[in-house]
Design a protein around this ligand. Sequence first.
Ligand SMILES: Nc1ncnc2c1ncn2[C@@H]1O[C@H](COP(=O)(O)OP(=O)(O)OP(=O)(O)O)[C@@H](O)[C@H]1O
Length: 421
Amino acid sequence: MIEIDDVAVELGGNRILDGVTTTVDEGQFVGLVGPNGAGKTTLLRTIHGVLKPDSGEVCVGGDPVSSLTSKEASRRVAVVPQDTTLSFDFPVEDVVAMGRHPYRSRFAGSQSAASDRERVEAAMARTEVEHLADRSITAVSGGERQRVLLARALAQDAPALLLDEPTASLDINHQVRTLELVRELADEDGKTVVAAIHDLNLAAHYCDELRLLAGGEIRASGDPEAVLAEDHLEAAFDTRAVVSAHPVTGSTYVTALPERPAEREGRVHVVGGGGTVSRLLYVLSAAGYEVSVGALNEGDSDLETARSLGLDAVTEEPFAPVGDEARRAVEDRVRRADATVLADVEVGAGNLANLRAAREAESVVVVEERPFAERNYAGSDAAALYRELSERGQVVGPDELLSAVEEAVAASGERPSAETE
Ligand SMILES: Nc1ncnc2c1ncn2[C@@H]1O[C@H](COP(=O)(O)OP(=O)(O)OP(=O)(O)O)[C@@H](O)[C@H]1O
């Protein structure tokens, strides 16, 4: 358990942390989030004991860190630092073995050496760096080095683990694997983990709780959903963001909005449903577009979202395929729209009429969260239509939605309208 009580830190004459009080329970994985310069690294260094607070106290496992010798502190807290530049020319295995330093004594026998070696090997296996064992630490990539330092921290076998941006130089695969491993360390090994994580969506997905740090103070604390509220984010990061549930994982999902919010003009029709479009609807309407959506079945969670945002929704009976009346209504919306956005829909018969209606669109933006091959009914008529629309339009990832729609709307403004043709 880590207890931080009214901690203040000054560096270079500036107050960097001010009145920071929080607790991290045993076996809990807490994410430290906040803007650059908020004081995340400083707080981690204070918990570790390398920085002594000007006032207040940090206790780890019941004792003030300031009362522990450096060896004692290292047996309680292991650190994966942010600055992973190691300039000395040691083999990776030796770097990991440094994690055993707090346990070495001049009187240790060969049994202790064997157990040290086992722990080093186990730590390298868990972080998947065994193949680098003999390579010099100066000759591995930034991401590999980060995993080596995680291995060193695991070899240290401390009940508390502090990580400063553990995924900063990792590719998307290793980001997920590293955070899955950290999650496992909390759940199965009962480690108490505090990690500074810039990516709010990764933090929300993997952490039990978050602490939002800004200007050296904790501005919000608790479940990801509670901490990542739009007003908290605006105050801490000075940017507007929409917060929704991720369509696939259900985790809290933050999308930062560009500088000029709510000033965009144009009509956008969105096709999708079954929880695939809520985030798109939020983002588009917060950006200022006049948004319509459908056809959606009554009872669809996306319809709830559309209604809560006051959008124009074309609806159909619960569980029914889209009938003629709804299809005509969708065609009408699509014709009037400057851009039609096709979300990550199941390419099935239920959506056939919506996809047919989308053929009326002049500009199509297809937002893909999953590869096409993973969708259902890949050989159906609906799939053929989906392909046709993808070929005609722009296919983008979820984060490129706004720029793609902006482009599509601008292109629509340049075309002669139906009446003048
Ligand atoms: N040795 C120092 N002397 C003076 N100021 C410092 C020192 N170290 C850090 N700072 C300042 O303290 C503030 C907090 O830094 P810190 O590294 O803790 O922030 P952070 O939240 O980890 O930032 P980032 O997200 O950019 O890594 C920054 O304004 C930084 O410039």
